[in-house]
Design a protein around this ligand. Sequence first.
Ligand SMILES: Cc1ncc(COP(=O)(O)O)c(C=O)c1O
Length: 291
Amino acid sequence: MGIVYLNGEYLPVADAKISVDDRGFLFSDGIYEVTPSYRGRLFGWERHLQRLLKGLCELRIDQDVAGLEEIHRRLLTENDLTDAETALVYLQITRGAAPRTHAFPREPVPPTVYAFAKAWRRPSPERWERGFEAVSVPDRRWARADIKTVSLLPNVLAQQASVDAGVDDALLVRDGMAVEGAHQNFFAVFGDTLVTHPASNVILHGITRGYVLEIARELGIPVEERAIVVESLAHATEAFFTGTTTEVRPTTRIDGEPLGSGEVGPVTRRLAEAFRARIEAAVTDAGVAAD
Ligand SMILES: Cc1ncc(COP(=O)(O)O)c(C=O)c1O
């Protein structure tokens, strides 16, 4: 049985209990973060921590983050994940438990801090080579999609729409623009240029997105951060999603139509390989969880 962290304790998941007054339960009043681990080493920890701090600040949740990295490491150890090729640590911080009122509790309450670790698996190389199919879905989220809140109902419904359509991914469309996926960022290639939505309030500023943009610039691939008109995808030669457990994931069909040649393209392949190399360099670097 998995060992989780809850408010200062490590305990079996079945023993981890929160109050029905928790504002995460009542209002989705909280944020979360997902940090990957490769063979027991956290990858990109500083970036994930910075995004978490931004979210805490936006929601005005007062939580000390000094001990969080240690909690992540200990969860990997407690759950025998230090040798796992790919694992993750999920962390959630809510405003805490208090009698239900919309405004913040008048007397501050301690935030609820919950974390668990688990393994995840990459698709097989053969599966990856076949590419993945997406369905476009209206983006029903609020105007602060840049805050990683646990309020994910529109994302849940969008992802379910992809399941119902018998495909792999959901592409969120807002005002005619392909903004991102239900839990991943979106890129397309037009000519020789890599395009992705700007890091505005309507998308989550993915850590993987940031790495991929850096890598593309290092490789001399022209990059544009601009909105993508969904109809223009008919002229894209390649597309892919990025995310912590997605890494770089080729999209070869959207709404039943082949994208470009309908096969995984060279830019996607180059970026996927370079991103893997970046991870390897960081996690094999003298035991330091560099990024
Ligand atoms: C809506 C959304 N976009 C993008 C991402 C990818 O972000 P990251 O690369 O930091 O995992 C996520 C991750 O959960 C997400 O929920």
